[in-house]
Design a protein around this ligand. Structure first.
Ligand code: SME
Length: 149
């Protein structure tokens, strides 16, 4: 799937708004259109934790609540910077969810410079994410900024 096409489609999904399930639809869209995305989820910041919102993948994760500062997700929430992990087994912050996961990316969703949530994607492929992929997810995160509460 071409990133520009996906960006336009997701923009449309957000613009047609009002549908309370739109976050789930965006997660579904990403999961269904990018083969290398094995698990896609949105975490929402609540107090000092990340709470799992809509997700899509073969299995549920046990990490439905992650303290900010813990794991790859918690690190991205703390720094406000995208985490691009080519090999999860080489990163000692990594909180394992699925044995099949090889690489991961987390793009924070920010509003007024505060992290309000994040997009977390796991891949069963090693090194599945690159700078272009990161830029794409950062754009989606920006689009979601006003819609996370
Ligand atoms: N691996 C993440 C935890 C979330 S699962 O990937 C769904 C982490 O290290 O924070």
């Amino acid at each position: 799937m071409d990133y520009d096409i996906a960006e336009r489609e997701i923009k449309k999904m957000i613009a047609s708004g009002k549908d309370p399930t739109f976050l789930q639809k965006i997660v579904d869209y990403l999961y269904e259109n990018f083969e290398r995305y094995s698990w896609v989820g949105i975490y929402i910041v609540k107090g000092n934790d990340l709470i799992l919102g809509p997700w899509r993948g073969e299995h549920a994760t046990e990490h439905t609540k992650i303290p900010i500062g813990t794991g790859i997700c918690g690190s991205a929430a703390q720094s406000g910077k995208t985490e691009l992990i080519p090999d999860v087994n080489k990163d000692n912050r990594y909180l394992a969810c699925f044995v099949s996961t090889r690489s991961e990316i987390v793009a924070p969703i920010k509003r007024n410079k505060n992290v309000v949530g994040e997009i977390d994607i796991d891949s069963d492929m090693p090194n599945a994410f690159d700078k272009q992929g990161a830029l794409f997810l950062e754009k989606i995160a920006d689009m979601l900024s006003k819609h996370i509460c």
